[in-house]
Design a protein around this ligand. Sequence first.
Ligand SMILES: [Mn+2]
Length: 330
Amino acid sequence: MSSAPRHIDVCNGDADGLGALLQWRLAHPVDAASVVRHVGLKRDHTLLHGVQARAGDEVTVIDMSLDGQRDAVLALLAAGVRVHHIDHHFGQPLPAHPLLRTDVDTAGDVCSGLIVHRLVGGRFPGWAVVCAHGDNLHGSARALGQAMGLDAAGQQALRTLGEALNHNAYGDSLADVRVPPAELLQRLMPFADPRQALRDDPTLPGLVQGMAEDMAHALAVPPCLDCAQARVWQLPDAAWARRASGSLANRHALAHPQQACAVMRPRAGGLWVVSVRAPLAHPQGAAALCQAFGGGGRDTAGGIDALADTDVPAFLAALQGHAWVRAAAP
Ligand SMILES: [Mn+2]
């Protein structure tokens, strides 16, 4: 086995994670024989624990909070492995270390793909647009689309791609998803422009169609709570529900900017997985709300991986009483 240094890429498998890593590797290509990739589903916050690396290797971690993985990062650094972290999620800062580079920006209108867009000199703006749409940052996505001269149809095509890639990353296991995100990354890697990928890659239409089918199921479920402050859905234990929770929350957030929302779905052991979106008009506080129940996230969007059934009333009360922070005037 070769002892040449390896490049180990670790990313979230949603639109933002894939599109950010794509931009980074298009700008910084590496020999295929020297690269190892770990691509996670949404909420897979343990990928770094599975990384095998040795002194001289470089680990690039994109679109993934290091909370819960600090021990793994510190062990890599102590072993002489370089770590580069590019992200927009809140997390405990890591101690300064000569082998650690961080490019983290938690501003509410920034995603990992936009951070990489800056880092690579804006060379692959189409992917950055896909990333921003995928993370429900449509204002940022449109601003960049206009700057690169996209017309309305082009903007919409990249929005649909971003939403479909994001949608495809939701699920409790690979059995839930239509195309494993690691396979998508391999398929999309040759394309410097996502518009070309839309023309040439045969799997993308199926992702878009599948998202529409999942959303038709989800939109037929009435909310279990609907008041001025918040709307909440409890979805059934089904693969489509595991896939649709994030898209449903994103769609509601756009359509009802004054109302927070939460999408809950059951998991084993009397627990719920919860996706929370702050009201877009008051887009701060989702992470804080979720942290109080063992979850996390960012200002606009948060999640709880394991909410006990007995804690549901307290969560619903907290959601309705939460002090969302109004957006600063532009
Ligand atoms: Mn992201």
